[in-house]
Write a protein that binds this ligand. Structure first.
Ligand code: DLL
Length: 432
């Protein structure tokens, strides 16, 4: 039932004292990087010893902007020689947030992913089709290594190429898939169009689903459509990637692996740590990472701790399904996008006026991103070719920056709604 009973069924006292030891080590290691070294020295925290878990509250938060500003290696806490792999957050181009891992970091990460996979019933005999992008994005390699550790046969197919995915389902008898909710919804439509019953045609038992927000209703719908069990897996590249928290077969929340991450829930406005059970922003500290320890990272994800021990027996506390984010980031086809990235492209393109709107929708299970853009009156001289050129140029530039191909609609100046307060740039019509 457990991948590693000693680690997962650890007593609360032991877990707390392990966290304390590891937290002290994490702060000490972080201080070796130029970023934290200077920060701690400037705040008089250099050499501060962590004597109890609450001592971490004296340390400042780390944000995505801090990671960007310390690009490329300001948070590196070891020599570059000790690093064996680098990943980056999805959807970032240019100055992205890089994370460096030593060999031991990769092995620890694979261990907690294996833990999560084992907890939902993945075994050595399974055929694991990994339908997430490989590369800088952590979804591909992150689960790959965990599934290999269990001894499953891993098919590193990545995302897309739906025809081949279906062929492998049939020909190799895939039993477990790792997929984003939007891609699985899309597959359901494709299969139905082909006259194939998703629930009767294959051997799939389990889907691991993550990287994007989704609701309990979406889970239920997918479980029914495919006749499988769907389990939620949460993570973010700054904290390694997938597998920070994983559901077990009881589906009553996600076990956050507290021997690897120290978690706090804060009030996003005041930064105050909230009492257990209250909803707020999840803040995480890496407890074991050597290559790039991160202290009190503001994930911007809203969740809460679920009280009580899970029926599965694991001690690690559970968090609830993500309720949303405190910033304006949205996720399309598993890729993180900020409206500011779209805005930068638009404002750099001659002919574009001030107002624009991003519309997110879902057709046959597939995410669609459209951008409506007001065009300057003096630019529009009734030349259709010129407009088509501009439309094409915008589509290409946006695709280059946000890594998702948008549909671009050019509209007359003054035709989009003008907001009086904070501009609402994104309309999300997708039903999660
Ligand atoms: O999305 C890592 C991942 C890959 C997780 C595969 C699970 C499966 P990033 O690209 O850095 O990393 O994006 C992280 O995605 O802060 C959340 O807002 C969102 N997110 C990730 N998993 C979930 C989930 C990967 N299960 C950001 N539910 C996070 C809701 C999720 N949101």
């Amino acid at each position: 039932m457990f991948w590693n009973e000693k680690e997962e069924n650890i007593s609360e006292e032991e877990l707390l004292s392990l966290q304390l030891r590891r937290l002290a080590g994490a702060v000490e290691r972080a201080g070796r990087s130029s970023y934290y070294g200077n920060l701690f020295a400037g705040k008089g925290l250099k050499g501060k010893k962590i004597k109890n878990l609450d001592d971490i509250r004296d340390f400042p938060f780390t944000t995505k902007d801090d990671l960007r500003e310390s690009y490329p290696s300001g948070m590196l806490a070891t020599s570059m020689d000790d690093i064996v792999r680098m990943h980056a957050s999805s959807g970032t181009t240019g100055k992205s947030t890089l994370v460096f891992h030593t060999g031991r970091d990769i092995s620890n990460w694979a261990n907690i992913v294996a833990r999560g996979l084992y907890a939902v019933g993945v075994r050595k005999s399974d055929i694991f089709q990994n339908m997430m992008s490989y590369g800088l994005f952590t979804g591909g390699l992150g689960l790959h290594y965990g599934a290999e550790k269990i001894g499953a046969l891993v098919i590193p197919i990545g995302t897309g190429n739906t025809e081949r995915q279906i062929d492998f389902f049939k020909d190799l008898g895939t039993t477990v898939i790792h997929v984003t909710p939007s891609y699985l919804l899309h597959m359901g439509h494709v299969l139905e169009e082909k006259g194939l019953s998703p629930s009767e045609s294959f051997n799939i038992r389990i889907a691991i689903m993550g990287a994007e927000p989704h609701s309990e209703a979406t889970r239920k719908k997918l479980e029914e459509t495919f006749g499988i069990k769907v389990y939620n897996c949460y993570g973010l590249s700054e904290m390694n990637g997938p597998g920070v928290a994983f559901e077990c077969t009881f589906q009553g929340g996600l076990h956050l692996w507290e021997d690897n991450y120290f978690a706090e829930i804060i009030n996003p406005d005041t930064g105050q740590v909230l009492p257990e059970g209250e909803e707020g922003e999840l803040v995480l500290t890496t407890l074991c990472r050597e290559g790039m320890p991160i202290i009190r990272y503001r994930t911007k994800d809203i969740t809460r701790f679920i009280s009580g021990r899970c029926a599965c027996g694991r001690t690690h506390r559970r968090i609830g399904r993500m309720k949303g984010r405190t910033d304006d980031m949205f996720i399309v086809k598993g890729v993180n996008i900020f409206p500011s990235q779209v805005e930068t492209v638009l404002m750099e393109t001659p002919g574009v006026d001030k107002n624009y709107m991003i519309i997110l929708d879902r057709k046959e299970g597939l995410d669609i991103l459209s951008v409506q853009i007001e065009i300057r009156r003096d630019f529009f001289r009734g030349d259709l070719y010129q407009l088509r050129d501009l439309q094409e140029k915008l589509r290409e530039r946006l695709k280059h920056v946000i890594l998702v191909t948008p549909s671009v609609e050019l509209v007359e100046p003054g035709s989009l709604p003008v907001s009086t307060g904070k501009a609402k740039r994104v309309i999300d019509k997708r039903r999660l």
